[in-house]
Ligand binder design. Structure first.
Ligand SMILES: C[S@@+](CC[C@H](N)C(=O)[O-])C[C@H]1O[C@@H](n2cnc3c(N)ncnc32)[C@H](O)[C@@H]1O
Length: 370
């Protein structure tokens, strides 16, 4: 078996090192502190991003990429959600997917995010007054919002009455859990504990194989184009990644008009093995380019793409993704995991929905790690 970092999907990063000896005392304290500092940095970055007006959004240099990513999320949601499903939206952000869930006719929604500003925006959007120009009709499902670190806190306790969920979605956010093994495990343990047997975990995250390949092709430690750049820390100057330490591989990611913060590589094969430990089996994993090619073969998703306008409407609007946006899309992949087991059809859910149809500011629950 090839050791080291995988360049191709068939290579392996080696098994997760669950028994890796932890550094003791001061070193452990410093590691914990720096993990907290980075989590705060990520939270502050997203919290500070204000809600854009429709005009500002349309003027974004990556508007077509945003629309393409919305199409990918919509496809995932439409493929795996059934009417009445209870949904856990991990790192829900400003609630950009609320309309998608509404279209899928879900029955209950719980959204959690570490960024207070984003959760507040999500509340405003859910209550129906997010868009300055458009007051949309009320959402048809009750919801609950929480603010906290999903990769630190045990959510099974916090959400004991809301579980089990039929589907969990973590869009463009799971990589923030790969700063340490403990956080990556907490993320998977949380999702596994809250999903029902047979429940589905969908997500989109950076494609480690593409990023590492581009790093190795680059002259230095940075690469990118007019819409994004990625820069690795000096400690990775040899561009070699040990299979024994697949966590904490940090880089800085800048995406025009969207992201500017530390992120972590998620070697997919390690992720898959780790997920198996938490009772997940892989349904599929696809780079965004492959995803587009595959689902653009289906007329309903072609029509959805036309309506969202990522590739222009094929009619008057000929505007489409730029080559640089298409290259940035290549940095991402989507995955679908299924929690092992069969749903118990004889048993009705004993979930006590705690959401409401209108969320007051004081209804947002702030959760800490104790
Ligand atoms: C790129 S945004 C995606 C938001 C949303 N899922 C979407 O697709 O529109 C990443 C989100 O992850 C959230 N996030 C990052 N680390 C987190 C953590 N430890 N716990 C909860 N949310 C986190 C950020 O605050 C941000 O809202």
């Amino acid at each position: 078996m090839k050791r080291g970092y995988p360049d191709s999907p068939s290579s392996s990063f080696g098994p997760p090192q669950s028994k890796r000896p932890h550094t003791q005392g001061d070193a452990q304290f410093l590691e914990d502190e720096s993990t907290k500092i980075f989590a705060r940095k990520v939270a502050d970055h997203y919290s500070a991003r204000s809600n854009q007006t429709l005009e500002e959004r349309e003027a974004s240099p990556i508007i077509h990429l945003k629309k393409l990513n919305n199409w990918i999320k919509s496809v995932l949601i439409q493929l795996y959600t059934r009417r009445g499903d209870a949904v856990l939206d991990l790192a829900c952000g400003k609630g950009g997917d609320l309309i998608k869930w509404d279209k899928a006719k879900i029955g209950y929604y719980v959204g959690i995010d570490i960024a207070e500003g984003s959760i507040k925006d999500c509340r405003t959007r859910y209550n129906g007054d997010a868009d300055h120009h458009q007051r949309r009709k009320k959402f048809s499902f009750p919801a609950r919002l929480l603010c906290g670190d999903c990769y630190e806190i045990r959510l099974d306790k916090v959400l004991a009455d809301d579980a089990p969920f039929d589907i969990c979605s973590c869009q463009f956010a799971l990589h923030y859990s790969w700063s340490t093994e403990a956080r990556a495990r907490r993320a998977l343990a949380n999702v596994s504990a809250l999903l029902r047997p047979g429940g589905i975990f969908i997500g989109t995250m950076p494609d480690a194989n593409v990023i590492i390949k581009k790093l190795r092709q680059a002259e230095g430690l940075a690469f990118g184009n007019s819409v994004y750049w990625i820069r690795f820390d000096e400690e990775f100057s040899d561009k070699k990644f040990k299979s024994s330490s697949p966590f904490g591989i940090k880089y800085t990611f800048h995406l025009e008009d969207a992201v500017d913060c530390p992120e972590w590589i998620v070697p997919f094969q390690v992720f898959q093995k780790l997920a198996e430990e938490y009772d997940f089996e892989l349904v599929f994993a696809k780079n965004s380019h492959e995803f587009v090619h595959e689902y653009m073969k289906k007329p309903e998703f072609v029509e959805l793409m036309r309506r969202l306008g990522a590739l222009g409407d094929g009619n008057q609007d000929q505007s489409t993704l730029s080559a640089d946006e298409w290259e940035a899309a290549y940095l991402y992949m989507s995955f679908v995991l299924r929690k092992r087991g069969q749903p118990d059809k004889t048993q009705t859910s004993d979930r006590k929905e705690r959401g409401s149809m209108h969320i007051e500011e004081q209804d947002i629950m702030y959760i800490g790690s104790d």
